[in-house]
Design a protein around this ligand. Structure first.
Ligand code: ASC
Length: 151
């Protein structure tokens, strides 16, 4: 009985943790998480670029990156909560002042990454290239307007 009880209590405690953590995300952690999501997207974009330009010969690996990009783009929509600006981030206040226009670019990002995922799955090279170009354009549109340039 005793042997079972402890692991059971531990499991229940840990199972409850994510809910507790989500309820009170510290702004600093929201920024860290956003940076993790964005770094993930950049890594997958760079990987796709190496693959579709033929610099790296693993054509079967494009799909994994395209799937990940589409999933991360959905997450990206959620990682700009209202209190996650400030001095410790390059995310500019204009994001929250101009949320409608910002969200329009986010929709372009999710649309283009979804098209890339589907075109790669269908093995449609032309559509994949067109979608990949659109992905890059949405990244750039957002960064040009809403990300502080590097010092
Ligand atoms: C990346 C990356 C960006 C975008 C952008 C696309 O890989 O880090 O910020 O793509 O360069 O225009």
């Amino acid at each position: 009985m005793r042997r079972l009880a402890l692991p059971l209590i531990a499991t229940c405690l840990f199972a409850g943790l994510p809910a507790i953590a989500t309820a009170a995300t510290a702004p600093a952690d929201a920024i860290k998480y956003r940076q993790a999501v964005m770094d993930g997207m950049a890594a997958h974009v760079n990987a796709v670029l190496l693959l579709v330009t033929g610099k790296v010969d693993h054509p079967d690996q494009v799909k994994g990156h395209a799937d990940a990009l589409a999933a991360l783009a959905e997450n990206a929509k959620t990682v700009f909560p209202a209190d996650s600006g400030g001095a410790d981030t390059r995310a500019l206040p204009l994001i929250w002042e101009d949320r409608t226009q910002f969200d329009e670019i986010m929709v372009k990002l999710t649309k283009s990454t979804g098209q890339l995922r589907d075109a790669v799955a269908a093995n449609d090279k032309a559509a994949s290239m067109a979608a990949f170009k659109a992905v890059g354009e949405s990244c750039k549109a957002c960064h040009d307007r809403y990300r502080k340039p590097k010092d």
